[in-house]
Design a protein around this ligand. Structure first.
Ligand code: FES
Ligand SMILES: [Fe+2]
Length: 345
């Protein structure tokens, strides 16, 4: 198997649902092992700074935020949203100093469709090659339901679990989901920029939850680097999109955020029903990953078989190709070719 034991850089990672960062608020977070201060000005603009004071390393998030500027709690240095040092209180008025020497690194951040995305670059000059993926049909809308779970694993295991078509009958056994009897699955896949897609198809073995939203569901599922899965389901009446994002916190911790966007006007009625189901579903994925960590401590060789592990193989290939293309400063060439995959699930 390819060596992909690294964090992929120069990409947008899901940071936070917008609703979790209020105007005038700052939060301390860790993404890809880096301490990051997320803030939202009183006017609503979001920003992200390295959460380390350039004076003597106290986390800036331990200080104060007045809705415009962040002030360190140790010696009161102030920084604006761009990380520019604007004030050193201990300086006498005649003591001139070039404050730009003390700027804090900032991170590009984008707010779209109710989520904050952060661009984790490996050098200040790296500019985004492609945009945050859009949730089709929900421009300007926010998710109707959000749930985040922390997986105690490296990002790859969470991503591979997410796109693995063969685990459902074993991991997701539940009375409210499909039956455990295996059947043949034959699906067409195609490349998309920085990812791949299971093309649009009718859902034959849809769970009866789908009957609630009009029946005759058709679905397509798209994966984008670094770790974004969008499942778009339309029925005779409605549209439901599931956005699942995977964000590495550290080498051993990964946040999986699962969100629904829907256009059923009565959709809010579903929420009390759906929330525990989503929680149960993700807890099943999490608990098998917890078990997987027991074996992984011994560095076993991991196998990827045809065809049910092909999406996982594509993920590793996409990841490696993206890292190499960035390192060699050349265009990304997708390793994915259109293909029919067959498996039993
Ligand atoms: S450590 Fe932040 S102002 Fe001194
Ligand atoms: Fe799963």
């Amino acid at each position: 198997m390819l060596n992909t034991d690294f964090f992929l850089r120069n990409l947008w990672y899901h940071a936070l649902p917008s609703a979790e960062l209020k105007p005038g608020q700052m939060l301390s977070r860790t993404y890809l092992g880096e301490p990051i201060l997320l803030g939202r000005t009183r006017a609503g603009k979001v920003f992200a700074l390295q959460d380390i004071c350039p004076h003597r390393a106290v986390p800036l998030s331990c200080g104060w935020f007045d809705g415009e500027q962040v002030q360190c709690c140790y010696h009161g240095w102030k920084f604006n949203q761009g990380g520019r040092c604007t004030e050193i209180p201990s300086l006498m008025s005649e003591q001139e100093m070039d404050l730009s020497r003390f700027d804090v690194p900032s991170y590009p951040i984008r707010e779209t469709q109710g989520n904050l995305w952060i661009y984790m670059r490996d050098r200040a000059t790296a500019t985004p090659q492609f945009d945050v993926p859009a949730i089709p049909g929900f421009a300007g809308k926010s998710p109707n339901l959000t749930y985040t779970v922390r997986f105690p694993c490296f990002i790859d295991h969470a991503v591979v679990g997410l796109m693995d078509p063969a685990h459902s009958p074993y991991v997701h056994r539940a009375w409210w989901w499909r039956t455990a009897a295996l059947h043949d699955e034959i699906k067409q896949f195609e490349p998309v920029p920085y990812g791949f897609r299971m093309t649009r198809h009718q859902l034959e073995n849809a769970g009866y939850l789908y009957n609630l939203i009009g029946g005759a569901p058709a679905t397509e599922i798209t994966f984008y680097l670094p770790s974004v899965r969008i499942e778009e389901t339309t029925t005779s009446k409605y549209r439901v999109c599931n956005l699942t994002t995977v964000t590495p916190i550290s080498e051993q911790a990964t946040d999986v955020t699962f969100q629904f966007y829907w256009n059923m006007p009565w959709g809010w009625l579903l929420k009390p029903l759906l929330r525990p189901l989503v929680k149960a579903f993700l807890d099943q994925d999490r608990s098998v990953v917890v078990k997987q960590q027991i074996g992984l401590q011994h560095n076993p060789v991991l196998r990827l078989i045809k065809d049910s592990d092909t999406p996982a193989r594509w993920y590793y290939q996409l990841k490696n190709e993206y890292a190499r293309a960035m390192a060699e400063d050349r265009d990304f060439v997708s390793p994915v070719k259109p293909q029919v995959l067959r498996w039993r699930a």
